[in-house]
Ligand binder design. Structure first.
Ligand code: ACO
Length: 330
């Protein structure tokens, strides 16, 4: 038996999208009933988004997370009782507390170990994956469920056409297992808390009511500039830390915010289009769920294979960003 694993590997992945698909035309028609004008052409040209999945009223982040987690466990060939760590990255938890991770742990019948949420908005999955990898390197976990799950549709101002067309709901999960060989080669996390205002949902629950603004607000152009700058810098830094050149990367999976950000980034990194993973067209921006949803999509399509080098990147509110470079083993 492997008694002293020092690294972690992605042993399986899974994802879940709520069944209701809302196309740009559907959304434009719905907004038009409230005299808000948008169009498929505007949304596709500015963002690359063609549709999003929206959870029905009453469906929660933990509902989506549990489905994605079950599929990841199945893919890894593990049982709930094998899991000793559950981390859920989300900005749309079911409750103020307990954490969504505790709800997921209970619903999957996982006993013991740690369960907690990570809040780093659209960087959440990369933060959670790095945290789980650190647990493995410290010998504190053998099999972890790392989940990104969101119902962002709940925190959108559906009267603000500048933001409501951008997001969708969904969940993605990986099983991370301790191993003697990496797996995860390098990871870097960053934050700049002085930039909170360019992307925030600045409300909370206090005194029995919502205090502040419960909706997502964004300075789109400031976010765009920040995103392309930090993602490029972070991609170069994480490759340098791992001692690999950028052209050794087989697949780049950046946070799926906007196809223009993705294409701009790939160009700056000199990566050919076939190495760039794009799912924002069909999923829209699912915040913390976007990277694991995209990873699971390319694994299931057979585009991502064992042996390949995958660079996953998050960027979002906080301002937060980070990168994880992983050699796929499954
Ligand atoms: N349909 C039609 N017109 C619209 C819409 C819409 N849905 N939204 C805004 N407009 C209008 C604006 O009102 C404005 O009209 P005006 O010139 O008459 O005032 C015009 O389009 C241009 O608005 P801008 O906000 O300047 O549009 P921009 O070209 O910057 O595109 C966008 C907006 C797509 C948000 C862009 O700023 C962007 O890509 N930002 C990156 C941020 C991003 O993707 N965020 C996602 C979440 S953050 C994250 O995940 C990291």
């Amino acid at each position: 038996m492997n008694r002293n694993p020092q690294y972690s590997v992605i042993a399986g992945s899974g994802s879940y999208l709520p069944p209701r698909v809302v196309s740009n035309d559907d959304l434009a028609a719905e907004l038009a009933t409230r005299d808000i004008q948008t169009s498929d052409a505007w949304i596709v040209e500015r963002t690359g988004i063609r549709q999003r999945h929206i959870a029905d009223r009453g469906v929660t982040t933990s509902d989506l997370a549990v489905e994605a987690a079950r599929r990841a466990l199945d893919d890894a060939g593990l049982q709930p009782q094998d899991i000793d760590l559950v981390i859920v990255a989300t900005s749309t938890p079911d409750f103020v507390f307990p954490s969504t991770a505790c709800l997921v742990q209970a619903r999957l019948g996982i006993k013991g170990g740690a369960a907690f949420d990570v809040q780093a908005v659209c960087s959440g999955f990369v933060y959670a994956l790095t945290t789980a990898d650190s647990f493995m390197r410290a010998g504190r976990s053998r099999h972890a469920l790392v989940i990104g799950a969101e119902v962002f549709s709940r925190i959108l101002d559906w009267n603000d056409r500048g933001t409501c067309v951008l997001f969708g709901d969904g969940a993605g999960a990986v099983v991370l297992s301790a191993a003697e060989q990496p797996g995860i080669l390098a990871a870097q996390l960053h934050a700049d808390g002085s930039q909170t205002k360019i992307l925030c949902a600045a409300g909370n629950v206090a005194y029995g009511e919502v205090v502040g603004d419960p909706f997502l607000r964004m300075d789109g152009q400031a976010v765009f500039k920040q995103a392309v700058t930090v993602l490029e810098r972070s991609a170069r830094a994480v490759c340098e830390e791992a001692g690999v050149t950028l052209d050794a990367v087989d697949l780049l999976i950046p946070h799926q915010a906007n196809v223009r950000i993705l294409n701009f980034l790939a160009r700056k990194l000199d990566l050919p289009a076939d190495k760039l993973v794009v799912t924002v067209d069909r999923h829209a921006n699912t915040s913390a769920a976007s990277v694991p949803l995209a990873l699971d999509a390319v694994r299931r399509e057979g585009r991502a294979k064992a042996g390949q080098l995958v660079l996953m990147q998050g960027v979002g509110g906080g301002f937060t960003w980070g990168s994880v470079l992983a050699r796929l083993t499954a």
